[in-house]
Write a protein that binds this ligand. Structure first.
Ligand SMILES: Nc1ncnc2c1ncn2[C@@H]1O[C@H](COP(=O)(O)OP(=O)(O)O)[C@@H](O)[C@H]1O
Ligand SMILES: [Mg+2]
Length: 298
């Protein structure tokens, strides 16, 4: 069981989305919470804290070095999760049959290493007679991670959950994805909250019951510029309608069809600072087709 970081980086395309690690961290936190919920009678509501701190990486202040930390109250990195973490292209979550678990490619963490050169984990999971603390120390430019790299100790008490810290932006990305302009625009608490709301909207809507009373706190400190926001159930917009549709794909004499639900949301322009009016068809929260011109004169 070894996670070959260098090999994984070669085989998985880098995402050009500077917030991809935020997406992957929170998707894993939600999954970990759903796993905890499937085994524990009365777990607390889902809670995650996402902290960003950034300092200028050069004398001119044109790029930033940032640290992103995500702390959740999910199941923790127990033996099963640790094994999945160390297995290339893991399919661990596919076999869990827990409703709402993210359809996983098993490669989310590879983006951590594409964007950052240092990763640390501190996690607590429930074990017989107490809890175990799992620690992966921050070491830059690791080529691989092995079971022996984790320090595991028994403790009598401790809150169950996981904290993952990403630090030291990959130098090649400092002038592009992590330029000062990009970081200031995308990594303030308000912008991250909006990104997460849009990106995870469909999951929040379908997991209303499971994530009852959830809270995701965002805090950001960019060279002294501090901001703080919280995402809670009241932020999730009500959908207006749900329409079932059948989509048919025809190729010559062959055709396949699938049933979809089109869920319609209206976002209030005063609450969501979008740059323009936009009507779009989304697949998994990303706009797949902009259809603004059909409805609005631009
Ligand atoms: N916050 C977390 N809590 C518990 N386990 C985690 C957490 N983040 C990652 N893991 C473990 O690491 C594995 C690999 O994560 P990832 O690369 O995102 O792949 P995937 O989520 O598709 O399985 C997960 O399957 C999970 O077992
Ligand atoms: Mg994942």
């Amino acid at each position: 069981m070894t996670l070959d970081i260098r090999g994984s980086l070669k085989n998985t395309r880098i995402s050009k989305n500077p917030l991809v690690v935020v997406d992957e961290l929170l998707a894993n936190s939600i999954d970990a919470y759903l796993i905890r919920r499937s085994t524990e009678a009365n777990p607390p509501p889902f809670s995650a804290k996402l902290r960003v701190s950034g300092t200028p990486a050069d004398l001119l202040g044109e790029s930033y070095d940032i640290i992103i930390e995500c702390e959740d109250n999910g199941c923790g990195l127990g033996p099963e999760q640790l094994k999945a973490f160390l297995t290339k292209d893991t399919s661990y979550k596919d076999d869990l049959s827990i409703p709402g678990i993210g359809q996983c490619k098993g490669t989310g963490r590879v983006q951590f290493f594409h964007h950052f050169t240092e990763l640390a984990i501190s996690s607590v999971y429930r074990a017989v007679g107490g809890v175990h603390h799992v620690y992966l120390p921050p070491i830059s430019d690791r080529k691989a991670i092995e079971p022996e790299d984790f320090e595991i100790e028994e403790r009598t008490s401790g809150e169950v959950g996981t904290k993952i810290t990403l630090a030291k932006v990959e130098p090649k990305l400092r002038d592009t994805l992590f330029s000062a302009v990009s970081v200031q625009r995308l990594f303030n608490a308000g912008a991250i909250k909006q990104h997460v709301l849009f990106n995870l909207l469909q999951r929040f809507v379908s997991l209303t019951e499971e994530l009852d009373g959830f809270s995701i706190e965002f805090s950001s400190d960019l060279d002294g510029g501090k901001s703080q926001e919280t995402l809670q159930p009241k932020d999730i917009p009500e959908h207006t309608t749900v329409e079932p549709i059948t989509v048919e794909h025809v190729e010559g004499d062959n055709s396949v069809s699938a049933e979809f639900n089109v869920t319609h949301y209206k976002l209030n322009a005063l609450e969501y600072p979008l740059p323009q009016n936009l009507v779009g068809l989304c697949a998994k929260a990303s706009i797949a087709d902009v259809i603004t011109a059909r409805y609005l004169k631009c």
